[in-house]
Design a protein around this ligand. Structure first.
Ligand SMILES: [Ca+2]
Ligand SMILES: [Ca+2]
Ligand SMILES: [Ca+2]
Ligand SMILES: [Zn+2]
Length: 480
């Protein structure tokens, strides 16, 4: 557990500042709630930086560098804070499958590989250590983020001869995606000095623009929250999800060693889980599984505003949550970031109708079992329920909590329709996994390499199956 944020909590409470004490986005020396270039680019209003890579899957609201494989991590220590972890340990923390240190659950690679259903295979090249020109206290004592700016300049000059930055423009659009500066010791003062944040290098090296960076600390133990959260800002341009509770790694800091997964709306936006679009003419019954298909209903009068829902189960990367069931979100891209309880680009539509998260930015309320939709808590979302639906969307007959939940949509006669499953690359944190057909019968095994083995050597017909891993992660896949 990094202790510095607890210290910061005390300071902030005393000062009465309504700012969460964790990592930030910094743009031209100022803390901002979202990337200014990100938002303008996706709204089609031009961009201060490079446009995000075109989405190959998903909704296309946030950057989707789908060729992303490589990041670079440059490490630094100080005369007053020498390294306690070796470069080899840093490399394992970032890349090694099954990495542990204390209670840390997997490597940075493992976190993103799991939450992306195997579609983000991030590997960091580690360079260093570099011994900074000044003691850590010197950088920490400078105003704002000017100490961080000085350290970034030093490190870029030091590492440029050995690092080929063009390798980290994975999608070859002229700008890098994953530049990390990681320092020995811990962040000291919120929003000052070397406090963990994402920013913009803004230099041209090796023929490419060196763009967004993540600066984060090693702390006393190598854990996942800060690095993975900052990579969420840097690689995808996700904003901090204030007033969002514990439902995303971009929201509250629930656990450093096993941080919350990325929320299902952002995962669907990346194409990491499939989506079914519901419209005002849909009358159907659907099934919904954890880590499976999400459902979307777009405002007919505004294509950048929508409801989205999926089955969220509080195990594995979701185990910080206090409940499970169908979780419903409201998204409005035109709002940008989450800047107040009533101005939120993404929020959870709390089934209990008390909208508790709008009243408190963090850390409480983090989550509640009654925020989820399920029988008997809340089995309908329509214009006459609290919370109320909009634009003609009606979801009803929501089933009890289960690994396979059902719900109905629409106001007309029902056509029972099975969820159309899409191919998702099988992902296993540990394998092999048992493979089931949609009736729940076990039909074989799925190896960690994606190879499918039928029971007793029998072959498996092409179709839709569910792989159940020991960690209770489900993948939909088509046997082939
Ligand atoms: Ca170079
Ligand atoms: Ca690029
Ligand atoms: Ca609530
Ligand atoms: Zn942040």
């Amino acid at each position: 557990m990094v202790h510095s944020w607890k210290t910061a909590v005390k300071i902030l409470v005393i000062a009465g500042i309504c700012q969460p004490a964790y990592s930030l986005i910094v743009w031209e020396g100022k803390v901002v709630t979202e990337w200014p270039d990100q938002h303008l680019a996706a709204l089609g209003k031009g961009s201060a930086g490079s446009p995000p890579a075109k989405a190959a899957a998903g909704f296309g609201f946030y950057s989707h560098p789908n060729a992303l494989t490589y990041g670079v991590t440059m490490i630094v220590d100080f005369s007053d804070r020498p390294a306690v972890f070796t470069a080899a340990q840093i490399t394992d923390w970032l890349n090694k499958p099954g990495f542990t240190m204390g209670s840390t659950k997997g490597s940075v690679h493992d976190y993103y590989y799991e939450v992306s259903n195997g579609q983000l295979d991030l590997e960091n090249d580690v360079y260093g250590y570099y011994r900074a020109q000044h003691p850590k206290s010197w950088y920490e004592g400078l105003p704002g983020y000017s100490g961080s700016d000085s350290l970034v300049k030093e490190m870029m000059n030091y590492f440029d001869p050995s690092v080929d930055f063009s390798k980290y423009d994975n999608d070859k659009n002229g700008t890098t995606e994953a530049i990390n500066f990681v320092y020995a010791g811990s962040g000291q003062t919120f929003a000052q000095g070397l406090w963990p944040h994402s920013g913009n290098v803004g230099q041209t090296r090796d023929g490419v623009r060196v763009g967004r960076y993540n600066m984060s600390d090693m702390g006393n133990s190598l854990t996942l929250y800060v690095f993975c959260h900052e990579n969420g800002h840097m690689i995808f341009g996700w904003p901090d999800l204030y007033w969002f509770g514990d439902y995303c790694i971009m929201g509250n800091r629930m656990s450093d060693v096993n941080p919350e997964a990325v929320n299902d709306f952002y995962r669907a936006d990346q194409g990491w889980i499939p989506t079914v679009d519901i419209t005002s003419s849909t009358n159907a019954r659907y099934r919904v599984w954890p880590n499976g298909t999400g459902y979307r209903y777009v405002n007919p009068a505004k294509t950048q505003e929508m409801f989205f829902w999926s089955n969220v189960k509080n195990t594995g990367r979701w185990s910080n949550l206090r409940g499970r069931g169908i979780l419903l979100y409201h998204f409005d891209y035109t709002i940008g970031g989450n800047t107040s309880g009533t101005q939120r680009s993404l929020y959870v539509v709390e089934a209990d109708g008390n909208n508790a998260m709008a009243g408190a930015q963090w850390p409480n309320p983090g989550s509640a079992a009654t925020d989820f939709y399920y029988q008997p808590n809340k089995s309908e979302f329509s214009s006459s329920t609290n919370p109320a639906s909009l634009w003609g969307l009606r979801i009803y007959n929501i089933s009890a909590i289960a690994d396979t939940m059902t719900f109905y949509v629409g106001t007309g006669p029902i056509a029972v329709r099975e969820t159309k499953l899409q191919m998702v690359r099988p992902v296993l944190s540990s394998g092999p996994a048992a493979l089931f057909n949609l009736m729940g019968a076990r039909v074989g095994m799925l190896g960690r390499n994606g190879k499918i083995l039928g029971l007793d050597g029998r072959s498996i017909a092409p179709g839709n199956y569910i792989a159940r891993t020991p960690g209770d992660i489900y993948s939909f896949m088509t046997a082939h």
